[in-house]
Design a protein around this ligand. Structure first.
Ligand SMILES: NC(=O)c1ccc[n+]([C@@H]2O[C@H](COP(=O)([O-])OP(=O)(O)OC[C@H]3O[C@@H](n4cnc5c(N)ncnc54)[C@H](OP(=O)(O)O)[C@@H]3O)[C@@H](O)[C@H]2O)c1
Length: 252
């Protein structure tokens, strides 16, 4: 029996991931919901129907391969991957807990890369597939007092643009979504719930909608919101020293 196409969403227990799940469910997708907090995923699956729950710590070694193995063993094939799980960490680089920095590098870069590598060959073989990698407007400049996070999102943007170009004639869509501050659990998890950026946060729903619309059109990069588009462009015109000082001021 042919495998059933599914939309796999990482980080589906909160924030943008929940909105991606609701939007994809509304258009009729069968979902695979992934995050650590199983009870939240179960509640979302009950709300949406046609959803499978895979509770996993994706940053654990081998977790991405194990996840895709389980999905395939269940007779499902990932047709859409929403690589959304990620977290940030505020603070001075030399003062942050090293194990949190490593976990961030693992989740935000390694796991995202592994999942792309695991699902893209099947998509290319089918000449159909959709990969949405969630980067950030943080990708466009260095981020003093969130240095590792900004660097990791630069990686996500660069990887996504490159694979978009490589696969542009393959039938597979690859898009980087670069949100600005968004109302989710992100700032709380990052340890900066009352900072200047958190106060600018916009609702997650519109951000997820923009990402899915851009993915459908195979845009390389989607930056939701006019202000975010402008700030992303600013890094092309302002000196790098000015950009990094502006970001430092927003964080202190
Ligand atoms: N909010 C913003 O301002 C903003 C701006 C730009 C980009 N982004 C990006 O948007 C994406 C989604 O973040 P969000 O804003 O929606 O934040 P969020 O509300 O904190 O959601 C993060 C999700 O990632 C999951 N996650 C974290 N660690 C995990 C792990 N080890 N294994 C599996 N899942 C894990 C969390 O679930 P569990 O805790 O249940 O595992 C949660 O579902 C991230 O990549 C973030 O960098 C956010």
């Amino acid at each position: 029996m042919a495998a059933r196409p599914v939309t796999l969403i990482t980080g589906a227990s909160a924030g943008l991931g929940v909105e991606f799940a609701r939007l994809c469910s509304a258009r009729g997708d069968e979902l695979v919901l992934v995050a650590r907090r199983r009870e939240r995923l179960d509640a979302l699956a009950r709300e949406l129907g046609k959803a499978h729950v895979f509770a996993a710590d994706l940053a654990a070694p081998g977790a991405a391969a194990a996840l895709i193995g389980e999905v395939e063993a269940a007779g499902l094939q990932v047709e859409t991957l929403i690589n959304n799980a990620g977290f940030g960490l505020a603070g001075r680089f030399d003062e942050q807990p090293p194990e949190r920095q490593t976990a961030m590098i693992d989740l935000d870069m390694r796991v995202l890369t592994e999942l792309c590598r695991l699902v893209l060959p099947g998509m290319v073989a089918n000449r159909r597939g959709f990969v949405l990698n969630v980067a950030s407007t943080a990708a466009f400049q260095p981020g003093p007092y969130m240095a590792v996070y900004y660097a990791s999102k630069s990686y996500v943007l660069s990887l996504t643009e490159a694979t978009h170009e490589e696969l542009k004639d393959s039938g597979v869509h690859v898009t980087a979504l670069c949100p600005g501050p968004t109302a989710t659990e992100f700032f709380e998890v990052a340890g900066d719930p009352n900072g200047k950026l958190a106060k600018l946060a916009v609702p997650a729903r519109a951000v997820a909608e923009a990402g899915l619309a851009g993915l459908a059109r195979n845009r390389a990069i989607v930056i939701p919101g006019r202000t975010n588009k402008l700030t992303a462009q600013a890094s092309r015109f302002l000196p790098r020293a000015t950009m990094r000082r502006i970001v430092a001021r927003l964080k202190s």
